[in-house]
Design a protein around this ligand. Sequence first.
Ligand SMILES: [Zn+2]
Length: 332
Amino acid sequence: MASVKDFCFDLAGKALRFAPGSRRFSDWSGPRKSQIVMYHRVLPQAEPFSIDPALSPDFRRHMRLLKRQFRVVPLAEMITAWEAGRDLPGAVAVTFDDGYRDNYLHAFPILKEEGVPATIFLATDFIGTGGMPWHDRVLAGFRDARAQNFAYPEAGIAEGPMGEAPHRRGLAFRILGWLKRFTPEDREKHIAAMLMQCNPENREREPLMLDWREVRAMLPHGITFGAHTLSHPILSRLTPQAIEAEVIGSKLAIEKETGVPVTLFAYPNGQPGDYNEDCKAILKKSGFSCAVSTSAGVNTPDTDRFALRRRHVWDATADGFYFRFLLERLRA
Ligand SMILES: [Zn+2]
């Protein structure tokens, strides 16, 4: 049965067909506008204890829809064009944050087949070490919890049953939101106390994050790597010295392992309060050419290169994502 989403996509299709005298939607919707899309994970099936996964068939459809009406370019090429004073009509860049192993297993084959370049931002402490970002440690703790009850009054969670997976997932996401306000040290204390309560089952699992061999295997096939700090802290909560260590440490680790200079950066969490002028100054003096946020929107050559906007892909369907992507461009 046709749904609202089908209708919306049909509407977008009609808009494309009625584009007066031009082949591409991007040609008449603002040639100076460039968009960046942001993914975290790409998985063959739904995984409730994961942040915003795109399913493989949807991801392939996203790539095909983008290719149809836009010019998908490496993020670095967008920056180089702006620096040279050139417009890059209809430019779109595809990015991934954190460095999940599924980027190699499930996204990379599709990117290769579709001929789409992409940038992966690595939180380097977790690459090839068996570690994972703090948000994934919390999610895994609630996924594998053996405890029957959970209480964390400080986070506003009164004692109650752990319950089935959907309930445990709800608890975990509530806690993730709450934990973002802390310094890394305080956050770790809370995570340790919560995980102790969860008492997760200790099962052998496949590594969650990429290793350097996988990173290097993607390099010759249009995949660029950018820095995303060492340990994925929220930078505005750190001292300038600690910000510098996170930013430069991550850049040097990638350069050492790939032999390629790193000029692109993504702010962890990436909302306006998560980075500040100290961060921008440190990035500029450390040889970065841009930094991407997680604020939605369209970029032009005049946008602050150290606060570039990105569109997340949390829509229920591939067509829903695409429609919102087109609308964002028309409105900007
Ligand atoms: Zn991240």
